[in-house]
Write a new protein. Sequence first.
Length: 209
Amino acid sequence: MTAAGSTPERAQVVQKMWNDEVAGDEVAPVKWAPAGRTWSSGDPERLAASFELMSVILDGAGLTDVLGRVATNARAMARARLAFIALPQDDPNLLRVEIAVGDDGDRVLGLTVRRGRSMIGRVFATRRALSARVAVDQALTGLPAGPILLLPLETGEATRGVLAVVGRPGDLPLSASVTRNLALFAGMAATLIELAEERRAADRTAEMR
């Protein structure tokens, strides 16, 4: 027989304690939610747009197609008549509208502006969103007067471009919740595109070796 307190009995006690502790840890709920904020009606739309963008990128879409999808989703989220994206050029002082989706897109597509002389340039330089009327910016005089929201496409390390959504004449400025969702979408889109471009660059480097 085995004496009380022997090694086998102690091992059984330790094993029971271990199982109890592990079981307790395993059933503890894991939570991840925005602190101090309730969900808004636009959140599901933003999440759907974000996952769609991830899918497009994973399918290997080119940069132009991906940026077009960003503008299309932003326009839908804002219920805007136009969305466009301006990107920096080889000249560090210039930004050019490379993507335009919606009404009057042909009026701004290819438009080149200076960083220090336009709302687009200000948003690019400061990394801060800007809400205004189109008419106050001389660079955008080709558009009918209406509310405009410009958002930096920034990754936390650098700004890669500017996303803009433009309303119709007489429209009210976008609400705070819509503006917030668009800002979150713009930041997420910039980060995903950055990662995709880094992956492409790494693949090209590997092929050259």
